[in-house]
Ligand binder design. Sequence first.
Ligand code: NAP
Length: 263
Amino acid sequence: MSLLKRKKALVFGVANERSIAWGVAKALADQGATVGLSYAVENLKKRVDPLAESIGATFVEECDVTSDEAIAEVAAKAKKEFGEIDILVHSIAFAGRDELGGFYYDVSREGFLRAMDISVYSFTALTGAFADILAPRASLMTMTYYASQKAVPNYNVMGVAKAALEASVRYLARDLGPRQIRVNAISAGPIRTLSAAGVSGFRGMYNEFASVAPLRENVTAEDVGDSAVFLASDLSKHITGEILYVDSGFNIIGIADKSEDEE
Ligand code: NAP
């Protein structure tokens, strides 16, 4: 299939083959997009290079999103390489391990600001830095989680950050809508990745999830990739500012309803 033929995509946040960013990058490439990848720090290069090679990606750039200079540099390189970008994917978050457990009120000022900087502001900063080279009808997306809407054990500052990220999506969608550029978020169910491993109790929650979600299945980075293809493609051309749940229906549940033979 080639829903994304002739589209040029940049995916930020690849750490390894488990990363949601990688599930998305692969799905975009499978649909014919030319994909560039970005990773946070030098020591990830050895993991990211072989992944890039497997999808024929030649644009592979380091970018620490806490640095305005690094973001400007990657935007300038992307302009040189691609001219215009049709698809920009932000799949980045960070909070200290200490902040992903215990009481939310124990979060330090520094930890709070760092989580907000990397997990929220970076999407706005990337959008700003790429604004001049976004193609008409470009699609931007970020990754969020249900802890933005409801208090979920241990997510703490990351839940607060995701709420701010989702609000950013709406404001960015408003900014760019008149240029026919769309901005959305995918809210994924729990997936076993490097970042997820930092959340206290993640394994238990991951296991419980499939017994509670209406579809009774966990979701994968590939599932997120499939939905990212939809949001990136013209099939979703009048959808912007939305949060698309890819969570086997978990978010619609009020009280868990396990049938007797499942208990
Ligand atoms: P992941 O593979 O660890 O990806 C997170 C990425 O953020 C990593 O590549 C990480 O690089 C990068 N990052 C952290 N600080 C950065 C910085 N200063 N500059 C640039 N990149 C930085 O984990 P993931 O689960 O795929 O996470 C991707 C996104 O999906 C996140 O927004 C996460 O909140 C969201 N999400 C995850 C789940 C889940 O259950 N896994 C569910 C819903 C939403 P380093 O490895 O170097 O830190």
